[in-house]
Design a protein around this ligand. Structure first.
Ligand SMILES: Nc1ncnc2c1ncn2[C@@H]1O[C@H](COP(=O)(O)OP(=O)(O)O)[C@@H](O)[C@H]1O
Ligand SMILES: [Mg+2]
Length: 332
């Protein structure tokens, strides 16, 4: 399975892999399959991996004594896969989590584990886990109404970033420049639906509109990509039209990305780092990182690296242990 990361030229055909893999993925709203699923299918075939995309809504979850090694899918009793790869990310709802827990209970290897997916979906809880490991991240505060403006000014300062606790693609995240706009926003929010929790975060403005996406798989850093917004926004998300380019990792980036993924117990993680002075701060850790922009920017074969990790874990190898980054491989 080596070298790491795999290339299309050097990785060879693994016709004997014999792994049944399910990808848990919400059915796409349009006709076009997500890029990640297409790439995983492409790479699975020559590896001898039988891959099926399964939507949570196809599963009937029946909990009973005895732990039968099967599950109901599309109205029929079917065999369990060897490995389940959830790609529901921050959209993982209660129903999907229940499926993941059930399969974990029935000894299916679930990558990433349900606990870790649930933990990072909550941006505040993810930061609490990072804090336990003493990792650097922007000072963060949970909003409580009525908002104490003096406390916010003293603890977080301005400009500050306001975020929905659950979200992705840069949605529900705004940069507030001064106390007066902050007050206006809080008045608006408090008059709307208060069931949505918000966090306030210190704005890290060392390199506005830029951040780093570091891809971690099984305790190893695959590579990093510099993301840059193209519309003047402070948000660098590629899904918002940001640019991506390969970025040479150093040991500080490698250590921080690996420690962040380990802190939240993710085997496959997209770790976002902000440039902070001379160092880095963790912005967030994603459980189902997209890799369209990443493969394009770095030329690496992310799909193959993910599948190889699944194979290693199926064979019972501990994919979480940290290993040094080896030769970087490229897509042709
Ligand atoms: N505290 C911050 N300081 C500076 N930029 C930030 C901060 N938080 C987020 N950003 C920018 O906004 C983007 C989106 O924020 P993030 O928390 O990753 O939300 P999402 O889950 O929607 O991607 C980040 O990639 C980064 O470019
Ligand atoms: Mg993000």
């Amino acid at each position: 399975m080596d070298p790491w990361p795999p290339t299309r030229e050097n990785s060879g055909v693994l016709a004997e892999a014999g792994m049944n893999l399910w990808i848990l993925q919400t059915r796409p709203s349009g006709l076009v399959e997500p890029y990640e699923l297409t790439r995983l299918r492409e790479e699975a075939r020559p590896m001898g991996v039988a891959l099926e995309a399964v939507a949570p809504e196809e599963i009937d979850l029946i909990v009973s004594r005895g732990g039968r090694r099967s599950i109901r899918r599309c109205g029929q009793e079917v065999d369990l896969p060897d490995v389940l790869l959830p790609r529901t990310g921050s959209g993982t709802d209660y129903f999907s989590l229940a499926i993941l827990r059930q399969l974990e209970h029935l000894d299916v290897t679930v990558i990433n584990p349900s606990d870790a997916i649930e933990a990072v979906k909550d941006k505040l809880y993810a930061h609490q886990l990072l804090a336990q490991r003493n990792l650097p991240f922007p000072r963060t505060m949970l909003v409580r109404f009525p908002v104490n403006l003096e406390l916010v000014a003293a603890q977080i300062g301005f400009p500050c970033v306001v975020k929905l606790v659950v979200g992705s693609y840069g949605n529900g995240i705004v940069l507030i420049h001064n106390p007066s706009s902050f007050k206006d926003l809080m008045e608006l929010v408090s008059s709307l639906d208060r069931s949505q929790s918000l966090i306030l975060q210190q704005y890290i403005g060392t390199r506005p509109g830029e951040d780093l996406r570091v891809f971690v798989i099984g305790g190893r850093v695959l590579s990093a990509m510099l993301r840059r917004s193209t519309d003047g926004s402070f948000k660098a998300n590629i899904s918002r039209g940001g640019d991506g380019e390969a970025f040479a990792i150093n040991s500080a980036i490698e250590k921080l990305a690996l420690a962040s993924a380990a802190a939240v117990q993710l085997e496959i993680a997209g770790v976002d780092l902000l440039f902070d002075g001379e160092g880095y701060s963790v912005c967030e850790v994603n459980s189902a990182p997209g890799f369209c922009g990443f493969e394009a920017a770095t030329g690496l074969n992310v799909a193959r690296a993910i599948l190889e990790h699944c194979l290693r874990r199926q064979k019972g190898e501990n994919g979480r242990q940290v290993q040094p980054t080896q030769q970087l491989a490229r897509l042709n």
